[in-house]
Design a protein around this ligand. Sequence first.
Ligand SMILES: [Zn+2]
Length: 220
Amino acid sequence: MNPIPNDYAEAALEITEYSHLMWSKGYVEANGGNISLKLSGDMIISTPTMESKGLLRPEDMVISTFKGDKIYGNRFASSEIKTHIAVYRSNPEAKAVIHTHPPYTCSFAFTNSLPFKSMSVEALFWLDKMCIVPFIMPGSVELSLEIEHHCKGNSVILLRNHGLITWGESIKEAWWRTEAMESNCKISHIIKERGDTPVNLSERERLSLENLRNSYFNRP
Ligand SMILES: [Zn+2]
């Protein structure tokens, strides 16, 4: 037994709550999906491998080094933790990474299509920086290298034939990007299904939103 020290109890609880949220929203299936938070001292705390995200408890979490070596926890981290470390390496400001398989997002990731981009304030605000990574076997070194290469500055990462990774300066921001992406993909699907065309926000509206974004993300 190698339990997580009490200093990290709050982080373990936070991950547990968001794990339950992502399961209850139907964004993960079986043992899919994972969440991590960056801790001080080049450590990360993450969900364990081979478990439903709907059943996790704080004591199931795992603390690893930035090299992926386990330090604390009674379980083992997912092999997909390598992709989280790649995100943190590329983006020093990232504090949380969330990986999910939301159905509407996957319906775009599993085809060669993309959702509409500029229909709503939420999409422009949270999904502005997106990149697309081709399919590479989950948990592989090749995938983490590809993510490290592509995701600098891109906080929404669409993984072809796999799912979604989002990151943020807090777990709340990472989660809001996941929710905003799934919602935008769902609305895009409905519009396409109806054979309709979206009305995009105007250039002026986009510019004023860009200013709002800049003041929010460049906050002290
Ligand atoms: Zn996955």
